[in-house]
Design a protein around this ligand. Sequence first.
Ligand code: HEC
Length: 176
Amino acid sequence: MFKSQLKTLSVIVLSSLIISQSYSADDSKKVDVSESTFKCLSALAASGRFFVDNILGDLDATLSVANSSSGGNYPPGSLLTLVPDEAMIKHQEGWNPATNDWEFFLLGLSAEGTSILARGGAEVASPSGSCFGCHQLARSEWDLVCGVDHGCAPIAFTLEQIRDAQATDPRCTNEN
Ligand code: HEC
């Protein structure tokens, strides 16, 4: 097969994969998420290197998985964030089995609050690539949470850079 045909074929295969993954989301299992769902990081609970919330109110259930040394399945409503402009939220069981019901968010931040730049499943990407592409490498007991030793490739930022980004969330200057 010619190189160009091969390229076209792989684009078609890739796009249909992406389309089938985003279309598999079952809206009846979706937890309501809007821009006001996202808060300044200092309003969230810290767990190790990242911050958590539970937008359905069960913060204890989310914290107990986040703080567990053996992993576990995060409950619906769990919101996790490492750096202020990226977050993942757990929908009800069955929303999107391909991502274990996690939805990925890329956020725009300002003193006025949060805007949602991109949301969804495997198609959502940060400048360093697909969120799901990296997070799916976490061993299954970690429910797509990478941490530092769960099987994902490391990110290009040091802990110091991460702490810096967390401490300079522009939303924290206001009541967001
Ligand atoms: C290049 C691979 C890669 C990409 C792309 C990536 N992540 Fe991550 N992510 C990681 C790794 C590795 C960690 C753990 C980093 C640490 O603790 O130092 C992490 C940490 C996180 C955490 C904290 C919980 C955890 O898994 O440790 C969240 C939430 C998160 N990422 C969300 C996202 C979202 C949302 C996107 C896309 C907008 C994204 N990530 C893109 C690799 C990636």
